[in-house]
Unconditional design. Structure first.
Length: 274
């Protein structure tokens, strides 16, 4: 055999060896495909929107862990428009960036909240609640206030110590009568010229405490931003109602209040049963 015919034979053999690989490309077959380099071709997975017995809620698609942000989920350019999903994306983006100090810190300028309590600059704390105040927000504020603030400040915000109605503040506030102030002190009213009268100051105190957690603990770990504004709105409602009389209540609700007052009297006389 010549050198040339050796080479020719080698080429033919190589083609025969490779032909199955080339031949199956694009062919249809019911048999499992040949995998010459399987690597990670086959893995266990769930289809989107399908059922599983593995999780108690039977969903293969999991909801994001609360308080986390999935990488790449936030668009740099916020979507414009009023569709609900766009509003949600914009709100989530704002919550992530926290770029608006009025809304997120209760301050008129961006700064480290740890420094704000020491600064008494006029206008540092925002004057009025920067979000929409409606009845739902005030109701939410009432619920959160009763959970987080009433233990010390009392359900009516009356603080510790005896006042003209003979009331004491909260459970803890009663023991701290010398320390817990009443929200009905003129210096906490919106008409006050002191910083303590500003909505932003009450917001800030609720989140970071008095003297940044020194004399009163902050509740930022437990309250969302909007829940904190809701509490501020409710404290304003408490202040408004403090000096109110039954005559200020609309006719319809007045009857409800009078019935409740009757109920309390009944409870008192019959030793707690109605
Ligand atoms: C563990 C008890 C406690 C709880 C709970 C509590 N506070 Fe206070 N708060 C205090 C005390 C004590 C003071 C007075 C501190 C001082 O100035 O000596 C105070 C003071 C304040 C002041 C006045 C601050 C100032 O500078 O005059 C505001 C406003 C206030 N609290 C809001 C709230 C809000 C809103 C909540 C609920 C989110 C809340 N507090 C929950 C104990 C508490």
């Amino acid at each position: 055999m010549t050198m040339r015919s050796h080479i020719r034979l080698a080429v033919v053999l190589a083609m025969v060896a490779l032909s199955p690989m080339v031949a199956c490309r694009g062919d249809r077959s019911d048999k499992p495909p040949r995998q010459f380099l399987p690597d990670m071709d086959d893995q266990q997975r769930w289809n989107p929107q399908s059922l599983t017995k593995f999780f108690p809620d039977k969903r293969t698609m999991r909801t994001p862990v609360v308080g986390t942000v999935a990488f790449g989920m936030r668009s740099i350019v916020p979507p414009e428009g009023d569709e609900p999903w766009k509003q949600i994306v914009r709100a989530q983006r704002d919550d992530l960036l926290r770029a608006d100090p009025q809304h997120y810190l209760g301050l008129t300028r961006q700064m480290d909240p740890a420094e704000a309590w020491q600064i008494d600059a006029p206008g540092l704390f925002v004057e009025t609640i920067p979000i929409k105040v409606d009845l739902d927000l005030i109701r939410r504020g009432q619920e959160r206030f009763n959970i987080y603030c009433a233990v010390c400040h009392g359900y009516a915000g009356e603080g510790g110590g005896v006042n003209e109605t003979g009331m004491f503040g909260g459970m803890v506030g009663r023991r701290w009568s010398y320390a817990v102030p009443s929200f009905h002190d003129p210096k906490y009213l919106p008409t006050s010229s002191e910083r303590t009268g500003r909505d932003g100051y009450i917001f800030y105190t609720a989140r970071y405490g008095v003297e940044f957690g020194g004399k009163m603990p902050g509740y930022a770990h437990a309250l969302s931003i909007d829940d904190t504004w809701a509490i501020v709105a409710y404290i304003r409602a408490l202040q408004e109602s403090w000096n109110g009389t039954l005559a200020d209540v609309p006719e319809e609700q007045r009857r409800v209040l009078e019935r409740q007052r009757g109920g309390i009297a009944l409870q008192d006389t019959r030793g707690g049963t109605r």
